[in-house]
Design a binder for this molecule. Sequence first.
Ligand SMILES: O=P(O)(O)OC[C@H]1O[C@H](OP(=O)(O)OP(=O)(O)O)[C@H](O)[C@@H]1O
Ligand code: HPA
Length: 185
Amino acid sequence: MSDTVTEMNQVMAEADCLVNEQQVHSAIETMAGEITERLHDRNPLLFCVMNGGLILTGQLLPQLKFPVQAEYLHATRYRQETTGGILEWKLRPEVDMKDRTVLIVDDILDEGTTLCAIADYCLTHGAREVLTAVLVDKQHERKARPDLKADFTGLEVEDRFLFGYGMDYKGYWRNAPGIYAVKGL
Ligand SMILES: O=P(O)(O)OC[C@H]1O[C@H](OP(=O)(O)OP(=O)(O)O)[C@H](O)[C@@H]1O
Ligand code: HPA
């Protein structure tokens, strides 16, 4: 087995499961209900924030039983690290968002730098309103703005380095079927 596979198997074996798959499913179902109530008649333009937002978006979309225009964008600032750097746009949205209600979907609001930058971008490009949905809000005092919150939050999770359900550790384990914390981080 390669060194990386051995390392990643060990990371999982030693990780703490903070939220199990059933709890994540029920959090996503609750989010879908809240989003439906707020946006069912708004013709929203939804952006999945790649890569982390992929799984939440995939599980959320089929639960939204109203017309949604789904697109994606890619902005990243952690790369293979456990602390964030400068935000890099890998793919900016090209779709016209003038006067639209935009919903940004991502896996985690950690410091919030990523979501704030994407929301600002959408407003600058003509969106009428920008709402945000995250599976996880990490609990700490390092938010980019005081009291920063997403409009729709699935779960509040402790201040550890997390993986699973879209969140990666060194590019791996986005596929983990729950929310896990890396041992010692
Ligand atoms: O709230 P923040 O502190 O800004 O962190 C949250 C962002 O970090 C992660 O993305 P990452 O930069 O790892 O890119 P990736 O999803 O492509 O791995 C995550 O998917 C969020 O987009
Ligand atoms: O805890 C995290 N895990 C994975 N990706 C992240 N991006 C910001 N915070 C995290």
